[in-house]
Design a protein around this ligand. Structure first.
Ligand code: C2O
Ligand code: CU
Length: 474
């Protein structure tokens, strides 16, 4: 009798609260989104240039922005309009395993004209993105990617909130994408482009009004290119990396480095004068620097003349604190590729020379001496690591190759705690960490999300050629 009364009371009060706050329909239904991956033609190169044949979500590149409040459920139906199987992965979202969008590991691929219903909770606020996880080098490379923005309950005050997906395309004279899967790309730095775009088009200048404060959310969906951006004449505040807040720091002399898969949230005060222009340059590769776009101040009276106060830090996301003292330590060394030290490695149980791996299987890369078969074959073998749920782990990740590897872990965000064995002053929480040739990066996290989680290099050609593994949390 007693418990029944209590339950009745609870139900009653919940219903009442719901009725007071929300219109009836929104109590049950999460906002539903529908994504249609399929072929499309888009004006990547701009007016007067040939349109480019791409693959897009709903005919656009990037795909539609999905924007929700923190804690909301996100329901997305995906209907496959491609001639190839696909999935959608929510990069950086710590969802339940079944919603992670990795073929065979978490779901069967969505066949042509088939559908799949994704439904997950947005626990963390921040800037995320979505993309396919089947033949990613080609599918993402042809344009399948879109922004997923999770707003803080109380977002910082800015005049405009702008999302920039900064991409890199290989485009021929005919305006089209040359074939994918070149051996050179697989064994070197991945597929590099000759055209940079912002939000699916060769960038137009960013038109601003003096005195404005912008929030700029940068996302790198490129297959291989790392961007290193300088905002000449400005000192952006770095607010978050991979969705997770950092202590706001001014980027002045240094660049904002954005590896494939990574995101950065900036707050930029438009401190120039009406009529002024400033370049935004990409200087990551010293011999290939170029102007990405420019900031153009309109001839208008400034929006404000006084400098705004320094932005307050964004509220932290609910990432479990790591127990560094009891954490178990594990080593993972990335090997292989052109100009590397790898002579032979294990592939499907057999020791093979790198030469044979390349010639017979198109495989170039190994972890701790093991080359992982392509996930599209349906069996990528044993997990790289088995973690016990809710235990803390420290992974020592060593890059023993001649190329950059942005390493991404699904289902978790990790603290980057040391670089080349030296503890960093302020560990940053990320889901993708760039490891440069010869570097060792230590990451620490609590394995708090059960399931099989992809763990791979986000240079998508590397992932295709041996660097797409997984870890198991039980
Ligand atoms: Cu963007 Cu497996 O990830
Ligand atoms: Cu790589």
């Amino acid at each position: 009798m007693h418990s029944l009364d209590r339950r009745t009371f609870l139900t009653g009060s919940l219903a009442l609260a719901g009725a007071a706050l929300l219109p009836p329909s929104s109590i049950l239904a999460a906002p539903a989104h529908h994504l249609y991956p399929g072929p499309a033609r888009v004006p990547l190169l701009g007016e007067g240039e040939p349109e480019t044949e791409v693959w897009g979500y709903g005919g656009t590149v990037p795909g539609p922005e999905i924007r929700v409040r923190q804690g909301e459920r996100v329901a997305v139906k995906v209907t496959n309009g491609l001639a190839d199987p696909t999935t959608v992965h929510w990069h950086g979202i710590r969802a339940t395993n079944a919603m992670d969008g990795v073929p065979y590991l978490t779901q069967p691929p969505i066949q042509p004209s088939g559908s799949f219903d994704y439904d997950f909770e947005s626990r963390d606020a921040g800037t995320f993105w979505y993309h396919p996880h089947v033949n990613s080098a080609e599918q993402v490379g042809r344009g399948l990617a879109g922004p997923l923005i999770v707003e803080e309950p109380k977002p910082p005050e800015v005049d405009r909130d702008i999302v920039w997906m900064i991409d890199d395309w290989q485009i021929g004279k005919d305006g089209q994408l040359p074939p994918f899967g070149a051996m050179r790309d697989l064994g070197h730095g991945g597929r590099f482009g000759n055209i940079a775009t912002i939000n699916g088009a060769v960038p137009k200048p960013l038109s601003v009004r003096a005195g404005e404060r912008l929030r700029l959310r940068l996302i790198n969906p490129a297959n291989a290119r790392v961007f290193g951006l300088t905002f000449n004449g400005h000192a952006p505040w770095l607010m978050a990396i991979d969705g997770h807040p950092v202590r706001p720091r001014k980027i002045e002399q240094d660049r904002i480095v954005l590896a494939p898969g990574s995101r950065a949230d900036l707050i930029v005060d438009m401190t120039g004068k009406p009529g002024e222009e400033f370049d935004i340059t990409d200087t990551y590769y010293p011999r290939m620097t170029y102007r990405l776009t420019k900031i153009v101040y309109r001839d208008e009276t400034p929006l404000r003349t006084e400098t705004l106060p320094d932005p307050a830090p964004l509220p932290p996301n609910p990432v479990t604190a790591v127990n560094l003292v009891d954490a178990e330590r594990m080593d993972l060394t990335f090997q292989g590729g052109a100009m590397g030290n790898l002579r032979e490695a294990e592939y499907k149980g057999e020791i093979m020379s790198l030469r044979d791996l390349v010639m017979q299987h198109g495989m170039f890369w190994a972890h701790n001496g093991v080359v992982i078969p392509p996930i599209e074959e349906g069996d990528i073998g044993k997990p790289l690591f088995e973690f016990k749920q809710d235990r803390s782990y420290i992974l020592h990740l060593t890059n023993d190759t001649a190329f950059d590897h942005p390493v991404h872990l699904h289902g978790h965000s990790f603290h980057v705690i040391a670089l080349n064995g030296k503890a960093v002053d302020e560990p940053i929480i990320q889901d993708t960490v760039l490891i440069q040739p010869g570097q060792r990066v230590d990451i620490a996290f609590v394995a708090d999300n059960p399931g099989d989680w992809a763990f791979h290099c986000h240079v998508l050609e590397h992932a295709q050629a041996g660097m797409m593994g997984f870890v198991r949390v039980t």
